[in-house]
Design a protein around this ligand. Structure first.
Ligand code: GDP
Ligand code: IMO
Ligand code: MG
Length: 428
């Protein structure tokens, strides 16, 4: 089983960090392939809690080599501070590999993300304000700065000057901000160069060789399927491709090399930021899910919007990612409800719709059609096997599996590494 993709099947925060960490001890490489420090992955190991933003969750497993692929956008200050934070806690980060082709998040793109959102006013996306969108825009516009540019001062200077030519007009004339001096940006970036240098590598070559040698490589997505710039709820999305295809472009590995695609799926639904969310709850059930599930953003500290499980979304994730398995997380959070509503289809303009509509306007009008499933009250956090679960919890999982279109191969019953029921091994 040399190559697996592990990705979010909903709007992010499904528990990808925990799932990756769980497999980290058995895989040789864990690779981030898109996104940047907009991600917030919480990993709980014993009594230690780690919040990772940019680094792959595999960094906590000493056997595993963590890799930041070409598709990731890297804020060098965040990279170094996250590394030193882990070093201070005794985590060895020396094996990290960073693609020389990854793009850098520059300070002006962080500024543009923030002022751009302010400018949008009520129409804002609710970004994390980390410079993600403007950095990917520069990449596509061919005015981006890459990690490798840090090692050629003349090229770096030319590129920063080219990028700022237009941006300074925007900042000064549209956003009423002071223009940015390119020389200051170049100096700031160069100051990171030597510290980052030991990690820089031809990651595509290394990963392809590793797969050919039968090593196990895990591609770890940030965000989630519905936040994908192509397949998500555009424009309320992030600016990269968290879906399975993104692993190929974002790491330089062909689709024929990937054997398994695992969708991380929360037993209910959450979303951060603006955009449509058919099963969103505004009542005490929503508040209860938020409180019991600790649904507060790891990156921005914002409360997550909460709602019931949406099988239409799960089926869509199976389709656009070619999912082979689901990892169902946070089942324990649903303990205590007498009945649990599950959205099985939408009503759109009086019609029942089984699949996610491609039209944005239709999706904005989608009303959930619920089926009620019986709940359970027993504590499930100590369950080790599927049969340890109460009958109604088993039936809930089976119903979700049937509606979602791929087998549920693992179930999370708590935040810790060991609080997991493994049904089918991901690595066999
Ligand atoms: P990610 O962005 O997909 O990695 O997810 P986050 O880390 O942002 O959010 C998931 C949260 O749920 C974290 O606080 C995890 O520690 C926690 N978590 C993950 N799996 C489970 C689970 O099965 N049960 C419970 N109660 N918490 C979980
Ligand atoms: P993880 O990896 C949840 C959301 C933001 C905003 C939109 C665009 O922890 O699952 P951006 O800063 O990316 O341009 O913001 O995407 N968003 C996330 N929501 N989890 C994440 O990451 C997210 N990363 C971005 O809230 O709505
Ligand atoms: Mg998160």
């Amino acid at each position: 089983m040399p190559a697996l993709v592990l990705l979010g099947a909903q709007w992010g925060d499904e528990g990808k960090g925990k799932a990756t960490d769980l497999l980290g001890g058995s895989v040789d490489y864990v690779v981030r392939y898109q996104g940047g420090n907009n991600a917030g992955h919480t990993v709980v190991v014993g009594d230690q809690k780690y919040a990772l933003h940019l680094l792959p969750s595999g960094i906590l497993s000493p056997e595993c080599t963590p890799v930041i692929g070409n598709g990731v956008v890297v804020d060098p200050a965040v990279l170094l501070s996250e590394l030193s934070g882990l070093n201070e806690r005794g985590v060895d980060t020396s094996k990290l590999l960073l693609s020389g082709n990854a793009h850098l998040i520059t300070p002006y793109n962080v500024t543009l993300d923030k002022v751009g959102e302010r400018f949008l006013g009520k129409r804002k996306i609710g970004t994390t304000g980390r410079g993600i969108g403007p950095t990917y825009a520069d990449k596509i516009n061919r005015v981006g700065i890459r990690v490798q540019d840090l090692y050629d001062e003349s090229i770096l200077t030319q590129k920063v000057e080219a990028a700022l030519e237009l941006k300074n007009q925007l900042l000064a004339k549209l956003y009423n901000r002071r223009a940015i001096d390119p020389a200051k940006i170049v100096d700031e970036l160069l100051a990171y160069a030597e510290q980052i240098k030991p990690f820089v590598a031809d990651t595509t070559l290394i990963l392809n060789n590793a797969i050919d040698e039968g090593k196990v490589v895990l591609f770890e997505g940030g965000q989630g399927t519905l936040l994908d710039v192509d397949h998500g709820t555009y424009p309320f999305v992030t600016s990269s491709n968290p879906t399975a295809g993104g692993a190929c472009t974002g790491a330089g590995v062909g689709p024929t090399k990937i054997n398994r695609v695992i969708g991380i799926l929360k037993a209910y639904t959450t979303r951060v930021g603006a955009g449509p969310f058919p099963t969103e709850l505004f009542d005490e059930d929503g508040e209860k899910l938020r409180t019991i599930g600790h649904e507060r953003g790891v990156t921005t500290g914002r409360d997550r919007r909460c709602g019931w499980f949406d099988a239409v979304i799960a089926r869509y994730a199976t389709r656009v990612n070619g999912l082979t398995d689901f990892f169902l997380t946070k089942l324990d959070v649903l303990t205590g409800w007498e009945q649990i509503p599950v959205c099985v289809a939408y009503e759109i303009d009086g019609k029942r719709v089984e699949e996610l509509p491609y039209s944005q306007s239709d999706f904005h009008h989608a009303k959930p059609i619920y089926e009620m499933l019986p709940g359970w009250t027993e504590d499930i956090s100590k369950a080790k096997t599927f049969s340890d679960l109460p009958k109604n919890a088993q039936a809930y999982v089976k119903a979700l599996e049937e509606m979602s279109g791929a087998p549920i191969s693992a179930i999370g019953v708590g935040p810790g590494r060991t609080e997991t029921i493994e049904i089918n091994s991901f690595l066999s």
